[in-house]
Design a protein around this ligand. Structure first.
Ligand code: PMP
Length: 428
């Protein structure tokens, strides 16, 4: 496949946009080469500016769980746009999507909508600090919760891809309130809590981590966090920006039957438009302005186009629970196929997966946290990535990312992908 026009467009973009992109991972720096410029997308496929058709395993980093240009979402946005695109005033639609989200997710009474996952996590932390009247938070190395200051401490995703897990620009004052723990290591968390008695407002965790590849929470890890939080007056925040409305109708709280105190959302909840949200039980949410003292706001929050897209998406997921079974079956089929061909070609690898989140690590040891994720062979990953691109398959341009499977994929697409992986891995 030829990516000539994409290269030209990238060169133009670099002149006026830092690095040519509006979000760093898109720049292909970790894998080399130039990024692909998209013209359109439908279902499981991307059409790029060179006329190539690619099978998409990223799906806008998660939102397109039912495929690109999903008709009910497209229709909802078009119809709403005709009626005005922003008012900065309440609309009935906001209550409708809020009520539906609250009915789908366990253990939440109220939800507030924002414009990104970053905003959702940033606001959740402020709310937790205000509610508990404590300053410190615990986050896990390799977890990514958006680019707000408190979280750019050993962050995953693009932050680690680009070697700036601790970003310049975050003050020491802010950094000292973020304590770092090892994913899947409860003893480590308990020690931190003990050393900071009555100072920790919240533990924020990706309950299935997706920003250092896909990392599965080990048995008892999430429940252990719940118990530690309950025993110490700490709020447990599940960052379900990736997992929410993807791994189950009610997210990881439902999937693993562990309750969080605050849950954050993004990606799927906006159906591909810029939406984030955070939710909790009434007592906590009523701490927010205008009812309570913790301030949080947004000119475009609850934007009618975004809410229409989100509502159409959530309705589709709510009305057809079989979607989650299909996603599980398709991703399990893909995982089994990849496992088969990589073994046949004597490749050293580990596959991690929960539901429709999956990652392939080029290391033979279990990948359970940031340290073990970082051991993967990046040279093999680069060959894998570019080999698949030549076969018309688009996976994330970094080993520290997860693949997001869409229900729009057919078994023919999956077989094509498995065969392509067979072909590419023979060249390693
Ligand atoms: N939390 C998690 C778990 C994420 O994966 C991301 C983005 N990938 C964010 C927060 C930030 O969301 P956004 O990019 O919409 O700001």
């Amino acid at each position: 496949m030829i990516y000539k026009r994409s290269s030209q467009l990238f060169a133009e973009a670099e002149k006026v946009i830092p690095g040519g992109v509006n979000s760093p991972v898109r720049a292909f720096k970790a894998v080399g080469g130039t990024p692909i410029f998209v013209k359109s997308a439908k279902g499981a496929y991307l059409l790029d500016e060179d006329g190539n058709k690619l099978i998409d395993y990223i799906n806008s980093w998660g939102p397109m769980v039912l495929g690109h240009a999903y008709q009910p979402v497209v229709d909802a946005v078009i119809e709403k746009a005709k009626l005005g695109t922003s008012f900065g005033m309440p609309t009935e639609l906001e209550t409708e999507i809020a009520a539906l989200a609250v009915s789908m997710v366990p253990n939440i009474d109220k939800i507030r909508f924002v414009n990104s996952g970053t905003e959702a996590c940033m606001s959740a932390i402020r709310l937790a600090r205000g509610f508990t009247k404590r300053d410190k938070i615990i986050k896990f190395a390799g977890c990514y919760h958006g680019h707000s200051d408190s979280f750019l401490i050993q962050a995953g995703s693009g932050a680690v891809t680009f070697g700036s897990p601790n970003s310049p620009g975050v003050t020491e004052g802010t950094a000292k309130d973020t304590l770092l723990a090892k994913y899947n290591d409860l003893d480590n968390v308990a020690t931190l809590i003990e050393a900071n008695k009555n100072e920790i407002a919240a533990i924020i965790v990706e309950p299935v981590a997706g920003n250092m590849g896909c990392i599965v929470p080990q048995k008892g890890f999430l429940q252990g966090l719940r118990d530690l939080c309950t025993a110490n007056g700490i709020l447990l925040i599940f960052d379900e920006v990736m997992t929410g409305f993807r791994l189950a109708r009610g997210g990881v709280q439902e999937l693993f039957n562990v309750n969080a105190d605050i849950v954050t959302f993004g990606k799927v909840i906006g159906g591909g438009l810029p939406v984030g949200a955070f939710a909790a039980r009434e007592e906590i949410m009523n701490y927010l302005a205008p009812l309570g003292p913790v301030y949080q706001a947004g000119t475009l929050s609850g934007n009618p186009l975004a809410m229409a897209a989100g509502l159409a998406m959530l309705k589709a997921l709510n009305n057809e629970p079989a979607i989650f079974d299909r996603l599980e079956e398709k991703t399990a089929y893909l995982a089994a196929g990849i496992d088969r061909v990589l073994k046949a070609n004597n490749v050293i690898f580990t596959i991690n997966r929960v539901g429709s989140m999956i990652s392939v690590h080029f290391d033979e040891n279990p990948v359970v946290d940031f340290q073990t994720a970082a051991k993967g062979d990046n040279e093999t990953f680069k060959k894998f990535f570019h080999g698949l691109l030549q076969e018309g398959i688009y996976i994330a341009p970094s080993a520290y990312e997860t693949w997001f499977i869409t229900d729009a994929l057919t078994y023919e697409d999956l077989d094509y992908t498995i065969n392509a992986i067979d072909k590419v891995s023979k060249t390693f």
